[in-house]
Design a protein around this ligand. Structure first.
Ligand code: 4AD
Ligand code: MG
Length: 428
């Protein structure tokens, strides 16, 4: 291999070794090097004095356009290095770079998020994330679902009132969407089965490593889909996404770098285990948790439960009272509903919530009132039950929750370039 190429990127590190200078370049063109550094070898004999002297003192994050020969070098990242023979263009960065050599606290990194995202770690996360949404989309499209584009500014809540962000809507109150679900329910009467990928917002004050105030929500809703049908769609899409990621050698290696062991991902089998909420209470009690039937599963409970599994698994048949107003009660026992959460294993917990929707209009009105919402505002949603109502089900997957498990990241903020957290301070 001795190919001449033009390379464009930024100086990540520079070091001198004998008469040579080595530059680790964060390369975006050609794209194949993005996410890893390209080792650039600078030697006096291949360059003019002027060019050599410029590169000798080049500062971190300076932008470079250089030409050279790619040579195999097993010790270099990616197995190749560039022997530069022409400097085409330089834009020298101011020095010192705010994120210079030493390690920085999370606060400094968040304050400098616009710079932090340049590092190979974030390049990798961002590229893996793009693939995740590509493969989820791909599964749903291949299975005949239409992608639709619901609104973000809304006037009715889908989830609890406590997590609503209010917006001044020409002197009236609007909200930022918590979930596209109610609109997807309307759209199934037009297109049958639909999905969307939208931002969702939750005014969650709780500062946990798994909550953002803005997250990306992959949601689907299908007409004539029942409880089991929507669980099958979810597990198939998740298993497909993981399989496709692992088929791509680069993604596979990167995922391995982040999470270490990938055997759990490799061994995913369909169908995912399904376990009833009441059984989870038994398990948790036997592990010493002070929990009884009717309590919601908190972060600690989900973690303990999910450590028991080697595969993603569904928790099914939750108490109606701890789920949103739209869940369908089971005919045998109205205290139990057709809602299911998909849990990631290894202690990570909930990544989706979904289930079958209530069709009975009186029960819906009752439950909307119980949430403290005004049924008048939901006139359009209730119309869906008046005009040609059908059994239907759907779910929502948080892309960031999925990514957090996929890469075994401690904090969910690292799955998004510009995280929105329950504080303004130090946020870009
Ligand atoms: O469980 P949730 O609240 O369910 C819904 O919103 C349903 N309406 C979805 C549907 O049926 N169409 O949210 C769904 C998923 C969660 O399982 C989680 O993955 C993610 O959205 N999520 C969050 N992710 C990050 N930060 C938060 N604050 C999140 N809240 C929910
Ligand atoms: Mg949920």
């Amino acid at each position: 291999m001795a190919e001449e190429v033009v390379v464009k990127g930024w100086v990540y590190k520079r070091r001198k070794m004998g008469a040579k200078i080595f530059i680790d370049l964060r390369t975006v063109f050609p794209q194949e090097f993005t996410g890893q550094v390209l080792q650039v070898v600078v030697s006096k004999e291949s360059l003019s004095d002027d060019e050599f002297n410029r590169l000798k003192k080049i500062t971190q994050e300076s932008a470079l356009e250089i030409k050279g020969i790619l040579k195999e070098e097993p010790r270099a990242p990616g197995g190749v290095e560039l022997h530069v023979n022409k400097v085409l263009w330089v834009n020298e960065a101011e020095s010192p770079y705010p994120l210079g050599k030493k390690a920085h606290s999370p606060d400094v990194l968040l304050r400098n998020r616009h710079l932090t995202i340049r590092s190979p770690r974030y390049q990798k996360i961002l590229i893996i994330r793009e693939k995740v949404t590509d493969f989820l989309r791909e599964w749903f499209k291949q299975d005949g679902w239409y992608e639709v584009f619901p609104p973000i500014l809304v006037f009715t809540a889908a989830e609890g009132g406590a997590t609503l962000f209010k917006v001044d809507y020409f002197e009236e109150i609007g909200f930022l969407s918590q979930s596209a679900q109610l609109y997807l329910e309307a759209l199934i009467f037009s297109l049958g089965k639909v999905f969307s990928l939208t931002p969702s917002f939750r005014a969650e004050k709780s500062r946990t490593p798994r909550h953002l105030t803005e997250f990306w929500h992959f949601e689907a809703e299908g007409a004539w889909y029942r409880y089991d049908d929507i669980m099958r769609a979810q597990e198939s899409a998740v298993a497909y996404t993981i399989k496709k990621l692992l088929e791509d050698e680069k993604m596979r290696n990167w995922i391995k770098e982040f999470r270490g062991d990938i055997s759990i991902l490799e061994n995913i089998k369909l169908p995912f285990p399904r376990i009833k909420y009441s059984e989870t209470i038994d398990i948790l009690q036997s592990k010493g948790f002070n929990i009884s039937w009717g309590d919601d599963l908190g972060a600690d409970e989900e973690k303990a439960l999910s450590e028991e599994f080697e595969q993603p698994f569904f928790v099914t048949h939750y108490p109606t009272a701890i789920k949103a107003f739209y869940v369908k009660e089971t005919p045998e026992d109205p205290k139990i509903c057709y809602s299911a959460d998909l849990m990631a294993p290894e202690g990570y917990g909930e990544i989706t919530t979904g289930g079958e929707r209530e069709e009975n209009i009186d029960r819906l009105i009752e439950r909307i009132k119980r949430e403290g919402f005004d049924p008048e505002l939901y006139y359009w949603y209730l119309d869906l039950r008046r005009y040609g109502s059908v059994p239907h089900s759907g779910f929502g997957l948080g892309i960031e929750r999925f990514m957090r498990w996929l890469l075994k990241l401690y904090h969910i903020r690292d799955t998004v370039p510009f995280p929105r957290l329950a504080r303004r301070k130090e946020l870009v």
